[in-house]
Design a protein around this ligand. Structure first.
Ligand code: PMP
Length: 361
């Protein structure tokens, strides 16, 4: 058997580990922060009809500029806080690919990206894949980032890009808009705000989208994978100055969004209210986790997302395995004495809390 080490792989990839959220077939999967509510049947029918028409045209390449999809995404993002125009929007196969394209265009060998771990594990993995140096900056207590902490890190390291995650994964903790503003002012580089969980934020919390006017180096990354209940379709997108899309056109693969992806995403966006109908319910289950975990002896962190990181776990590996034995999959994110759980349906959340109570007893 040939080992990876024997291949002439890039030296800077030797010894690295791939993204590795365990994939297991379980009754209750609360491990990768999906929307665990099924897609409503009327939306399924609408998406299927759109896919049918797309298949009839599949002898041709898809629209390389995904014009119609960008119009729908722009409409979805526009709201009381302001208007987003289609030329400000760019999309790819998941926000992972969005972030990869950003690093391909603005990072690369000799360049650096600064992030604030613990944060989304793909940020540093994508940096490695694109040969961009990853700089890990410190957070304050309780995983927060204050303006002085963020600005000091940017001024000390002078990175080419800064990745901010708002709210942050895996901690769920918020990032206030003044930090994003201050980071933008402190750098000449690109500032990326990963808002994968934006729809779960409090209704009165402003998104980084409100900062876009007059800030051409700011990119707000979003996804249909979380609140929008469309993780399997792989559709991520960003909003930024239109010039950012010009940069990404230099690195994207031609026709990177398949006709099927575009058709499915447009159809789902046409049903946005139905797709987002469960967001309030999920926020309720998240708040219930935060309310009920202390009675079991755990210490949940505040969360603006659809998951909760909780401390006070004596042996995370043992608790993870004990839950798995009950057919419940959550996530050990490698933070000592902590585990992360996605807020599921009411039944799933109940099953998780009851199982945890039994394990604890
Ligand atoms: N950003 C964050 C913070 C995430 O947690 C995730 C998914 N776990 C992503 C981006 C990527 O999501 P997707 O590629 O499905 O859009």
């Amino acid at each position: 058997m040939t080992t990876l080490d024997e291949l002439p792989i890039r030296d800077d990839l030797r010894g690295l580990s791939p993204y590795g959220a365990p994939q297991k077939h379980v009754r209750i999967a609360l491990n990768v922060n999906e929307n665990t509510h099924g897609i409503p049947e009327e939306v399924v029918d609408h998406v299927l009809a759109a896919l049918g028409s797309a298949v009839r045209g599949m002898n041709r390449y898809p629209d390389r500029e995904f014009t119609e999809l960008r119009e729908h995404l722009a409409r979805y993002l526009s709201g009381p806080e302001g208007t987003i125009h289609p030329e400000q929007v760019w999309a790819a196969n998941g926000s992972n690919e969005i972030l990869q394209q950003i690093l391909q265009a603005f990072g690369g060998p000799g360049r650096s990206v600064l992030g604030f771990p613990p944060t989304y594990s793909m940020h540093s993995i994508l940096a490695a894949g694109t040969g961009t140096r990853w700089i890990a900056a410190e957070r304050d207590a309780a995983y927060e980032i204050s303006v002085p902490t963020a600005v000091a890190a940017v001024e000390a390291h002078r990175p080419d890009l800064v990745f901010l995650c708002a709210p942050n994964n895996p901690t769920g903790t918020p990032l206030t808009i003044d930090v994003i503003e201050a980071v933008y002012d402190a750098t000449d580089g690109i500032v990326v705000v990963d808002e994968a969980y934006a729809e779960f934020m409090p209704d009165d919390a402003p998104s980084a989208l409100t900062l876009l006017p007059g800030r051409p180096r700011l990119i707000v990354s979003r996804t249909m994978s979380k609140a929008f209940a469309f993780a399997g379709a792989r559709l991520g997108y960003l909003a930024a100055d239109p010039v950012i899309a010009d940069a990404l056109r230099l690195v994207r693969l031609p026709y990177h969004l398949s006709a099927l992806t575009q058709a499915a995403a447009i159809a789902a966006l046409q049903c946005a209210p139905q797709m987002l109908a469960m967001v309030d319910e999920i926020r309720g289950q998240r708040d219930r986790l935060i309310r009920d975990l202390p009675a079991l002896g755990f210490t949940p962190l505040p969360s603006w997302s659809n998951f909760v990181l909780f401390g006070g776990v004596e042996d995370p590996h043992r608790t993870f395995e004990a839950l798995l034995a009950e057919d419940i999959l959550i996530r050990d994110v490698g933070i000592p004495h902590h585990l992360r759980v996605t807020a599921g349906t009411e039944e799933e959340t109940t099953a998780f809390l009851e199982a945890l109570g039994r394990i604890r007893a």
